[in-house]
Design a binder for this molecule. Structure first.
Ligand code: NAD
Ligand code: UDP
Length: 314
């Protein structure tokens, strides 16, 4: 008997990560339903997929219930950059919390697996390095980042309560800073800002002294981690950190980008945003053990590919 193809719902499928995930799932032979309200995502991100008869797009806001028949759900819908999620913080909380409730309700009704795109922001401004999944975090619940951090934390709570109370098959990925082609050019994130500034030979905007540390994961590696997590046995729920454990300072990142693009415009120092985490680096032992996953794209290679993408937009 011929097996039916897996039909997968990707919320936030027209965004940066979502569009890469849709592409990967189609390449793996799945049917894909992309749901998006196009707040930060765009049709351009998925234009190359629209001709594929196994790909469907539904304009829908996940804060409202949705009824579709699918075999798996990836819940990515939520603005991810500080500029975008702070534009309408109440909507950001609603997207995380009502979005999780609606998608978990759907997963329960259909009895299918659901993966949540959670974030390293659940650790807030961490007081330990590196951050393992057991770390409970250091989040300011009333600051400007709280709409995102606490929204995502509440979504994780809902995932685990639906799992314990209703038996829903959940997977929670805690995603650390990810970059690559199709990052939104105006979302203010550090990689897209620095590349575009260096391309125009403008001074690089360093917030604070640039001594804050981050680790950057190339998008293809991250997507591979998400798919591996979805494919684990039912008893694997996570949370599982996914990110690149190579930590650098923001000043070092600026230096890499400037030398790659031959920019000599120097730095423009701006104030450090409130509650900006001073360090962030994943402990990925759990992902290595459970998923046999380790990022394979180094920063230079990933930055080169991202530069090519932005050069194509110019
Ligand atoms: P993105 O902003 O490019 O994508 C988010 C997508 O969700 C967009 O297409 C947007 O239009 C859509 N969306 C937003 N609100 C919605 C709503 N109410 N209903 C339907 N669609 C809605 O961001 P991204 O970088 O692709 O992030 C995707 C997911 O991964 C997010 O949940 C984010 O929190 C998580 N994440 C990303 C990173 C990263 O570094 N990119 C890090 C940690 C976690
Ligand atoms: N940052 C910076 N200049 C910029 C944009 C960001 O110095 O033009 C810094 C920011 O203060 C933070 C880091 O780069 O410390 C990463 O910022 P981003 O918004 O990309 O992601 P975050 O990890 O803060 O969510």
């Amino acid at each position: 008997m011929k097996h039916a193809r897996t039909r997968v719902l990707v919320t936030g499928g027209a965004g940066f990560l979502g569009s890469h995930l849709c592409e990967r799932l189609l390449a793996d032979g799945c049917d894909v339903i992309c749901v998006d309200n196009f707040f930060t995502g765009s049709r351009d991100n998925i234009a190359h997929l629209l001709g594929n008869h196994r790909f469907e797009v539904i304009r829908h806001d996940v804060t409202h219930p949705l009824s579709v028949e699918v075999d798996q759900i990836y819940n990515l819908a939520c603005p991810a950059s500080p500029i975008h999620y702070q534009l309408n913080p109440i909507q950001t909380v609603k997207t995380s919390v009502f979005g999780a409730l609606n998608m978990l309700g759907l997963a329960r009704r259909l009895n299918v697996r659901i993966l949540q795109a959670s974030t390293s922001e659940v650790y807030g401004d961490p007081t330990v390095s590196t951050q393992a999944e057991e770390y409970r975090g250091n989040v300011n619940p009333i600051g400007p980042r709280a709409c995102y951090d606490e929204g995502k934390r509440c979504a994780e709570t809902l995932f685990f309560d639906y799992h314990r109370q209703e038996g829903v098959k959940i997977k929670v990925a805690r995603i650390f800073n990810t970059y690559g082609p199709r990052m939104h050019p105006n979302d203010g994130r550090v990689v897209s800002n620095f590349i575009q500034q260096a391309m125009r030979n403008e001074a690089i905007t360093l917030y604070g002294d640039g001594g804050q540390r981050r680790s950057f994961c190339y998008v293809d590696d991250l997507i591979d981690g998400l798919v591996r997590l979805m494919d684990t046995p039912d008893e694997v729920t996570g949370p599982v950190n996914l990110g690149n454990p190579h930590e650098i300072t923001i000043r070092e990142l600026a230096g890499h980008v400037q030398s790659m693009l031959g920019s000599s415009a120097g730095f423009r120092h701006l104030p450090l945003p409130e509650d900006d985490p001073m360090q962030r680096c994943p402990d990925i032992s759990r992902a290595r053990t459970l998923l046999d996953w380790y990022p394979s794209v180094d920063l230079q290679t990933g930055l080169r590919r991202t530069v090519s993408y932005f050069a194509g937009l110019a």
